[in-house]
Structures are given as C-alpha cells and as structure tokens.
Design a protein around this ligand. Structure first.
Ligand SMILES: NC(=O)c1ccc[n+]([C@@H]2O[C@H](COP(=O)([O-])OP(=O)(O)OC[C@H]3O[C@@H](n4cnc5c(N)ncnc54)[C@H](OP(=O)(O)O)[C@@H]3O)[C@@H](O)[C@H]2O)c1
Length: 333
C-alpha cells in the first residue's frame, strides 16, 4: 500500500493551523505539525485527533520562524520524518493594530520575519527535496489585507502582500519541476489573532488618529461577531491541496471571495473609498488642522434634533436615560 501524502503545517498549535492538522489527519494525511512549543501543543492535537504518542501520521516538529537555527533544524527533522513533504502550508502568523505613525519598528521587523523571511527560509531548505520529488504544493495563508492594504494594520497588510507576491514569483520558478502554489485569501475566523489578546496593539486612542480609531474599533468589534469557527477554514485548505495547476489564488469564506471579486471589478480608487466608507473614515482633508468630524451616528442625532418635534425628542431622551439606568442583567431577558 502507498504511503499517505505528507503535509507540513506551520503554526499548528492553535487556531486555523490546529483545525487544519486535525482535519487533514482525519482525512488520512501524514501531518507534520510545526509549532513553537510542541510540548504544549502536541498533547492537545493528540487529544483532538485520537492519535497515540508515537503515531507516524502525526509528527510534532519545533519551529520558531523568528529563529534561523530553529528553521534549519525543523527542515532537517521534517525530512528525517517524512522525506520530501508533498505539501507545505505556511499558516503561522501574527497580527498588529495601529497607524503607520504609531507602530514600533520592532513590530514591522517581527511581522516580516514571521510572515515572509522565516517562511522563505523554511521553503528554501525544503525545496531541493520537493523539487526532486517532482510533485507537491506550497500553500500560503494570506488575508483580505493581502489583497488591499487596510488602514490601521499596515505591517500586517504589507507582510501579507509581500507573501502573495513572493508566492507568485516562486510559482513561475518551480512549476516546471511539477510543483505549484496556492494562495488562500482568508476571511474572518474565530481565532486568537482577531482578539485584543492575540494582537500587538500600538494604537494611541488619545492621539491625532483617535477619531478614526474609535469608529474603526466599534465597527471592527461588531464585525468580529460574524467570525466563523476555524474548522470552516479547513474546507478551503482541502481544496488547495487538490489544486494541480501552477498557481491559484482562492478566497476562503464569503467575505474574502466577495473582496476578491470586487477588487477585480472596481478600480483602485473605488476599492479605496469602499474600505474608507466601510470603516467609517472621514473624507480626504476632513481632519486638517486637528478637526474632529462627527461620526455617522452623531450626524444622525444632529439631523434628528432638526426634524423631530420637541415632545418626540423629550420622549426619546427619557427612554435613552431609562435604558442607561437599567441593570445589565435585564438586557438578555
Ligand atoms: N483568523 C482570521 O480571521 C484570519 C484571517 C485572515 C488570515 N488569517 C491568517 O491565518 C493564519 C493563522 O492564524 P490564526 O487565525 O490561526 O491565528 P492564531 O490563532 O493567533 O494562531 C497563530 C499561529 O501562528 C503561530 N506563530 C506565531 N508566531 C510564530 C513564530 N514566530 N513561529 C512559529 N509559529 C508562530 C502561533 O504559535 P504560538 O501558539 O506558539 O503562538 C499560532 O500557532 C495567519 O497567517 C493569519 O494571518 C487569519
């Protein structure tokens, strides 16, 4: 019987990487789960998959993408365990919040080291054996932010954009040897990366960008409610691993697919205004001289005071006051 195909997944300790390792193990793959702390992550993966400690289909490998020594020993350990892997999934990543002016340079360096430099280094180490095998796939987990740079997250957007361009270049180089690249433009999934705890936050809420931060923060928190469970992401990865062409860019999730479709149709200025409006960012020049333009909600209130009769306004104000006084426990009743 032929050996099952081997897939290496980086950042398999939690989130999308963890869900992917569980799904692919369940589908019969030999899974190399690469992570910073296998001592902590592997017992959880074994519990989730039902694999035993020395299961040859679930192999833990230590990998810290910020450490070149860890990358070269991970590549060695991977080849010792499975030979040339069929697939390499670059999933590990970190997120960041803050305007360009606010972000620390150390964050830019960590971001590019984790999302671009480290993955390139690991790929370089594994490519000779993958090329010799004459088949295989490299999957790059990108984001909506890699399609279009989004305000308030420039280091992340820039690194995902670089990841995508790197993948496009490499596809042209390795396709003649039988290998291919798939970029997964990933929508929003419920993992730590979208939470405060999972993000390096350099935002300054009382600085010149305060008005924009406040609106984006409210809208972002609302959008997070629609994040899907990480297991849903794995459908996209399974499809990517079935891709046979030299290069493919796939949207994973309706939000990512819609963004990809609109970026094909709209000119860049249209995409710029679409994201500006969606994020509630004031028009060009509106904040010159430190002006604090009203939010949409505040504008609506000003409009209401102009058009509604006094008794209606008084009634609305007293209802709002009552609502503010009501104990929180009553809200869910
Ligand atoms: N969730 C979403 O909505 C979403 C949307 C678009 C794109 N993505 C992308 O999906 C990928 C997975 O993210 P996630 O949502 O699963 O986030 P997550 O739950 O925060 O997981 C991030 C993973 O990356 C690993 N990692 C971070 N720095 C690393 C390093 N230096 N070396 C090795 N591993 C490192 C983490 O390992 P530790 O456990 O050791 O920290 C963890 O396993 C990322 O590339 C992210 O940009 C996610």
């Amino acid at each position: 019987m032929a050996e099952p195909r081997a897939v290496v997944i980086t950042g398999a300790s939690r989130g999308l990487g963890f869900a992917s390792a569980v799904r692919l193990y369940g589908e019969g793959w030999r899974v190399v789960a690469a992570m910073r702390t296998p001592d902590r992550g592997m017992p959880l993966l074994r519990e989730a998959t039902g694999a035993v400690e020395n299961d040859g289909r679930l192999i833990g490998v230590q990998l810290d993408l910020l450490d070149p020594a860890s990358i070269s020993s991970a590549a060695k350990a991977i080849e010792e365990a499975v030979g040339a892997p069929f697939a390499l999934v670059h999933n590990a990543g970190i997120s960041a919040a803050g305007m360009v002016e606010e972000t620390d340079m150390a964050l830019w360096q960590n971001m590019f080291a984790t999302s671009v430099i480290g993955p390139v280094e690991l790929t370089k180490a594994l490519l000779p054996s993958m090329r010799a095998a004459g088949e295989g796939r490299i999957v790059l987990v990108s984001s909506a932010n890699g399609v279009r740079g989004q305000p308030g997250t420039a280091p992340y957007s820039a690194a995902k954009g670089a990841l995508e361009r790197w993948g496009e270049s490499m596809a042209g180089e390795i396709a003649p040897f039988g290998l291919g690249v798939t970029v997964l433009v990933t929508g929003m999934y419920d993992t730590e990366i979208i939470t405060d705890a999972g993000t390096t936050d350099d935002r300054i809420f009382d600085g010149p960008y305060a008005r924009i931060h406040n609106t984006m923060n409210t809208r972002g928190r609302f959008a997070i409610r629609f994040a899907r469970p990480p297991e849903r992401f794995t459908d996209g990865l399974v499809k990517a691993l079935q891709d046979t062409g030299s290069f493919r860019r796939r949207g994973v999730g309706l939000d990512a697919s819609m963004l990809l479709a609109s970026s094909r149709i709209l000119p860049s200025i249209g995409m710029h205004h679409l994201s500006r409006i969606a994020l509630g960012i004031p028009k060009q020049g509106a904040m010159r001289g430190g002006a604090w333009p009203l939010t949409t909600g505040q504008k609506a209130m000003v409009f209401a005071t102009r058009v509604l009769p006094q008794p209606v306004l008084q009634r609305l104000a007293s209802l709002a006051a009552k609502r503010r006084k009501a104990p929180r426990g009553n809200e869910g009743d």
